[in-house]
Design a protein around this ligand. Sequence first.
Ligand code: NAD
Ligand code: ZN
Length: 369
Amino acid sequence: MSATHRLTVALGDRAYDILIGPRLIADAGAILKERLAPTRVVTVVDETVAGLHLAALQAGLDAAGVGHRTVTLPPGEATKDLAHYGRLTDAILDFGIDRRTTLLALGGGVIGDLTGFAAATLLRGLDFVQIPTTLLAQVDSSVGGKTAIDTRQGKNLIGAFHQPRLVLADTACLATLPVREWRAGYAELVKIALIKDPGFFDHLERIGPTLMQDRDALSDAIRIACRMKAETVAADEKETGERALLNLGHTFGHALEVELGYGGELLHGEAVSIGIVLAFELSVALGLCPAEDAARARRHLASMGLPVDIPRSNCGWTAERLLAHMRKDKKVTDGRITFILTRGIGKAFIATEIAPAAVSDLLERRLAA
Ligand SMILES: NC(=O)c1ccc[n+]([C@@H]2O[C@H](COP(=O)([O-])OP(=O)(O)OC[C@H]3O[C@@H](n4cnc5c(N)ncnc54)[C@H](O)[C@@H]3O)[C@@H](O)[C@H]2O)c1
Ligand SMILES: [Zn+2]
């Protein structure tokens, strides 16, 4: 059996560990008791994950003598909204909590972001622990303390920075993940490689096709991604600088997600995949990036079964509308949209002076293609 690996997010007195290993859901009760000694915990989970992994978590909490309650919510991006935030905080307050109550987010990025935001705001701040169950959440969203909910105006527009006390990434639980969700998470893994680790991208090109079946290689890849994320967050917790690189593909991706209304037609990771390709293509169009590097990124994402073109299903797409969404993104300053562009594989950078005409030209070409 593979060992458990430990990384630390170095944030002074708010530093926390990321544990990566094969049976951390079952062991969570004992780990929590030893490390955090909460008075009691409230587990937040969606219906799908509850059916698959909640019993193991609860058995471990019982065995460790940790008192617990559970709130179960519907699965999917639509749950990350104000209405479900209201339902969740209401249910938690009804349990009768105190400042040492700890929330456990058992699920993907939706449950992680929503639970983290509830933890940030309930009693002005409760401890919470991320137990990510999707590849996306294990390589990206569970680490770094960005918590949020979506509104109809855009993604993650209401939120807070609130770091978890611990991240428990149970690699064995990924075995139950549907392949489409696995691929969506893989897009964020590719993103991390494309930002600043060309060697990791070479590696993913080689092992991508067999990664889903290869537990050890997958666990290594999760570790590489978490290490990069942990270092980035420790250097720039509130995203005043280099943390913004992690938004590669997200300005375009979020616009696609908002346009489609979070209904599951395009998963977050799928939107990011298309967004990464558009960011590379914009970089090529601006003469910043070799065309071959953009082609390589597109080829690899497509070969892994990810979408790389704006979907045709929605007939309302126009460059104008997508640009309007981008202008509402959080990363807009004085009307200028911040893009993460690239000089090639592993050479992403923050670009704040991009002319909107260059973006709409590219979108128009892509929408016509
Ligand atoms: N906070 C951050 O830094 C950050 C970073 C990246 C993404 N995000 C957010 O993360 C969200 C996307 O996360 P996601 O892709 O994990 O989506 P998700 O939470 O909706 O999970 C995807 C689906 O997989 C199911 N599922 C989860 N674990 C499973 C398992 N082990 N077996 C079977 N099914 C399982 C869920 O029920 C759900 O239907 C987006 O809202 C995005 O904005 C946040
Ligand atoms: Zn993302």
